[in-house]
Ligand binder design. Structure first.
Ligand SMILES: [Zn+2]
Length: 201
């Protein structure tokens, strides 16, 4: 039979609406005709008749992945936010941690006479201060509650003046440029009688 007639019959054959005789003719033909057999195979492939639903079904897994990815991003942002809050609370609440990140050396100087001599400033049990981490601002602050300005100078362990005398007004500070990490520095103060809060931060 003519190949064109067979090809015309292919759709009906695939749909199964041919008579048995016609089906048999088609089958016999494609048995020995390579061209028509390929034509029929191509027509039978579902890719030729993809419905929109099938396209959507094929894309669905990627949509799910995208949704999963969005959830992951959202959760990681949320976690980062929470950890930041918790971390901030820990820094605020746990003194040791807070002191590490926001180091501060506070001292109270009591001067009982009006001689206005240089007096050594002690920091707790130490006669010196030192910058033992990278978090120091390297500043000396004259507390805002102090009544007057203070005159200060800084010496090294050998008694040499490292930072020559300087005034700081109440509530003001002086940046200690050039002071090194992990070196003991000795602060001296010259003031009139009174109590002075001096902070090294
Ligand atoms: Zn043929």
């Amino acid at each position: 039979m003519n190949c064109n007639i067979i090809k015309d019959l292919c759709p009906s054959y695939i749909d199964g609406i041919c008579s048995e005789d016609t089906s048999r003719v088609v089958e016999e033909h494609i048995h020995h005709c390579e061209e028509c057999r390929l034509y029929l195979e191509v027509m039978e492939q579902p890719t030729n008749t993809i419905l929109p639903e099938e396209v959507m079904a094929a894309k669905a897994p990627f949509k799910r992945i995208n949704k999963k990815r969005r959830i992951q991003v959202f959760i990681s942002i949320l976690l980062t936010f929470m950890l930041t809050i918790i971390g901030y609370q820990v820094v605020q609440d746990v003194g040791v941690v807070h002191d590490y990140f926001f180091p501060k050396n506070m001292t109270i100087v009591n001067v009982t006479d009006d001689k206005e001599e240089w007096n050594a400033v002690n920091f707790g049990n130490e006669e010196y201060f030192k910058f033992d981490s990278i978090f120091w601002n390297k500043e000396i602050v004259n507390d805002a509650n102090n009544d007057s300005e203070v005159l200060l100078r800084i010496k090294d362990a050998n008694g040499h003046v490292i930072v020559d005398e300087f005034h700081i007004s109440p509530g003001k500070s002086k940046k200690l440029e050039g002071l090194k990490k992990n070196v003991n520095y000795y602060l001296e103060i010259k003031v009139k009688k009174g109590q002075f809060f001096i902070n090294v931060v």
